[in-house]
Design a binder for this molecule. Structure first.
Ligand SMILES: Cc1cc2nc3c(=O)[nH]c(=O)nc-3n(C[C@H](O)[C@H](O)[C@H](O)COP(=O)(O)O)c2cc1C
Length: 221
């Protein structure tokens, strides 16, 4: 399964079976996370077989059940942290989908002391992604019309519209889809709107846009 297909097949899944992530699937997921860690400089950690640990992480909304594995996204505090977490987190989410795993991004508060992951000095926990074998594949979300998330002065080329459609498939906090992609020449600018986690959403949507539009067709402005 390729990443474009994964983008269509992915939906948030909040209920998981007891089937563990193991064998080649676990190895592949771990080495992909390691690759993203090296590329991004983020502190990315995969926690597996920890059915209780998730209880000390309180999701802001949503009913979760059977979560026993999750990916922790953390990194050095700074202006770019949230967007970078969004971008690389979604890379991992879509890769996990190609391994037949389900996921859900989770905004949370956590009780310090009970957690099983590490934060180094100067680091901040951004978010976690629940991962595992879902009890279902989830359902497609409602999408905004293209026009409300794009701005162009010229007739938009097909690759740009493919990028927009891909961005509209992206998971966003509370399905808010508060981003706008603008096109000038072959330069694309993406801006986050005002809203909770909208910078994380922007990083996620930018990765989708790249997959849909093809990075050979444009540059980021
Ligand atoms: C940054 C971020 C935070 C999220 N936090 C939560 C959460 O705390 N609880 C939850 O149930 N879903 C959470 N989600 C999942 C979104 O609700 C979901 O992506 C959105 O409704 C679109 O649905 P879909 O992912 O199935 O396409 C979050 C998504 C993102 C991107």
């Amino acid at each position: 399964m390729d990443l474009l297909q994964a983008m269509y097949d992915r939906h948030s899944v909040r209920s998981y079976t007891e089937r563990p992530i193991e064998g080649k699937t676990k190895e592949d997921l771990m080495s992909f996370i390691e690759q993203c860690r090296r590329e991004s400089g983020l502190h990315l950690q995969l926690v597996t077989d920890e059915p209780n640990a998730f209880n000390s992480l309180m999701a802001h909304y949503g009913n979760f059940s059977g979560v026993r594995n999750y990916i922790v996204l953390a990194g050095k505090k700074g202006k770019e942290l949230e967007e970078t977490c969004g971008y690389y987190g979604e890379k991992i989410v879509l890769y996990a989908q190609t391994l037949d795993l389900n996921t859900c991004w989770v905004a949370l508060t956590y009780s310090k002391g009970k957690t099983v992951f590490q934060l180094d000095p100067g680091e901040k926990l951004c978010l976690v992604i629940a991962v595992g074998y879902g009890t279902s594949e989830g359902v497609p979300h409602k999408t905004k019309p293209r026009e409300s998330v794009m701005h162009t002065e010229q007739t938009p080329p097909d690759w740009f519209l493919r990028g927009i459609d891909a961005a509209l498939l992206a998971p966003t906090a509370m399905n808010q889809q508060k981003f706008v992609f603008s096109l000038k020449g072959n330069t694309v600018t993406a801006k986050a709107g005002i809203g909770f986690y909208s910078k994380i959403d922007l990083g996620i949507a930018k990765y989708h846009f790249e997959l849909g539009a093809g990075t050979e067709n444009f540059r980021w402005g």
